[in-house]
Design a protein around this ligand. Structure first.
Ligand code: HEM
Ligand code: SF4
Ligand code: SF4
Length: 427
């Protein structure tokens, strides 16, 4: 018999209808969650323009954005280089993408077969390769999730920790495990032979071991229950994306697409932007650009920037990761308020102190290591520019600037003494 399996085998039509109805509900929750984030991002005013200017500028430069998506997103280029964490994310990512592709192909086959059974391609050699590939990549997905769960128990200091992280990783592992259990139970009641059975090695192993005592009705009942559990978990995963750390799955690639090409490159304050906005720098969260607000959501608190920051490492009151996270919380607290409502706290001092901003050496190390190209340096400097514009500069930096203004040099020396240092030279 040609190797194949029925797509909704053992699942009655009523359950299939419920399945699609729940898929729509999960999709709507996902879209609603994303819409709520988009409503925050689009409130960014930036220098000149807003979300429309951002879109127009990116559409005009589609190629670099797509290249970043391909290399940094799909190729995970910037995720590499952090030892086991980087490597295991690539393993997890490869497993997830293959499972996503496999499920999509299965649905396409199902829809094609509804038009005409002749259009179905889920059989024969394709089926054998498909099932084997998904079994192997499913193991990679589980290995990646297992690693990140183990890493969470070690609580690395620079990585962010939230209660939902445990749920997310637990849910992923449950999705992988129930997938294999359902496969094993299906093999018990379907009894495929030859390549049709051996192309699902994990399922076959479970069928011949854990489920070997089950008869066909028992296997069918357990398969039905397991199938629903698996489907419910998958719907839960999609619905949870915008509300958990998994938001980086969407915001990360989006930001990679919209990121500025010259990362960490200082943009001068132009007279046009000062005239258009009436300000220098950023004094409120909505003064950030839509792209900068999106970048706050792309951060998955991996801690790479904190580890690379010389100010943080030398005990200064600055962590670029914390700056991004503090701004993100302020965005959530302020930009969800009705128009005219007073902000619960200010951006400067209440959220980010001047000593934090002045601790930055502008070395760009944080920008260089961020896997999703967040520009922490520009965020810090935009806030710092406001302090300078408000005369908030103090200490040696303020003295140097005052001297630059009065004497055109940071030491405040008179012009006729400029060349005095040459007198000591034996020229
Ligand atoms: C553009 C695509 C993506 C990028 C750049 C990205 C980047 C990252 C990074 C840098 C981390 C922190 C781990 C580390 O330090 O290496 C992380 C964590 C994680 N990512 Fe992604 N990711 C992407 C897409 C995905 C996708 C598609 C999934 C699918 C499930 C995923 C699931 C996870 C999980 C489960 C964690 C672990 C969270 C934890 O520690 O609890 N990521 N991601
Ligand atoms: S640019 Fe500033 S925040 Fe970033 S690593 Fe250097 S000192 Fe730290
Ligand atoms: S800003 Fe970038 S490097 Fe820093 S924690 Fe967030 S994602 Fe990681």
């Amino acid at each position: 018999m040609e190797p194949t399996r029925e797509t909704f085998g053992n699942i009655p039509p009523s359950s299939q209808h419920l399945f699609y109805a729940l898929a729509v509900v999960a999709g709507l929750v996902f879209l609603y969650g994303l819409w709520r984030r988009f409503r925050l991002w689009r409130q960014g005013l930036g220098g000149v323009g807003g979300v429309r200017v951002l879109l127009a500028s990116r559409m005009a430069r589609l190629k670099p954005g797509l290249r970043r998506l391909l290399i940094d997103g799909l190729g995970q280029k910037r995720v590499r280089g952090r030892g086991a964490a980087g490597r295991m994310h690539i393993v997890l990512f490869a497993g997830f993408m293959m499972l996503l592709l496999g499920t999509t192909l299965l649905e396409i086959d199902h829809l094609a077969a509804m038009i005409s059974p002749n259009f179905s391609f889920h059989h024969g050699t394709y089926y054998v390769v498909y099932e084997f590939t998904l079994d192997v990549f499913g193991l990679l997905f589980l290995a990646g999730c297992g690693y990140f769960l183990w890493r969470r128990t070690r609580r690395p200091a620079s990585v962010g920790h939230r209660a939902t992280d445990w749920w997310v990783l637990g849910m992923f592992i449950a999705i992988g495990v129930t997938g294999y259990l359902v496969e094993g139970l299906r093999i018990v009641w379907q009894r495929p032979a030859g390549a049709g059975a051996h192309c699902s090695p994990v399922g076959l192993w479970l069928a011949q071991g854990l489920f070997s005592g089950l008869d066909e009705p028992g296997a069918r009942a357990a398969h039905f229950a397991g199938w629903w559990l698996h489907a419910g978990l998958v719907f839960g995963f999609f619905a949870a994306i915008p509300f958990t750390r998994l938001l980086h799955i969407v915001a990360g690639p989006l930001h990679l697409f919209f990121a500025r090409p010259g990362l960490g490159q200082l943009l001068p304050v132009t007279m046009e932007s000062v005239e258009a906005t009436g300000r220098i720098g950023v004094s409120e969260i909505r003064h950030l650009t839509p792209r900068q607000l999106l970048s706050l959501d792309a951060c998955m608190e991996c801690g790479r920037c904190e580890d690379a920051c010389p100010a943080f490492t030398t005990g200064k009151p600055l962590s670029p990761k914390k700056v991004v996270q503090d701004l993100k919380r302020l965005m959530e607290d302020v930009l969800t308020l009705p128009p005219g409502a007073p902000a619960p706290r200010a951006l400067h001092d209440d959220t980010i102190g001047a000593e934090t901003l002045w601790a930055c050496t502008a070395c760009s190390a944080c920008v260089d290591v961020c896997p999703v190209r967040i520009d922490q340096l520009t965020l810090i400097l935009d806030l710092r520019r406001h302090l300078v514009a408000e005369g908030g500069l103090s200490g040696t930096a303020a003295t140097a600037l005052r001297r630059m203004q009065s004497a055109a040099n940071p030491w405040g020396l008179p012009a006729d003494e400029r060349a005095r240092w040459t007198e000591a030279l034996n020229a």
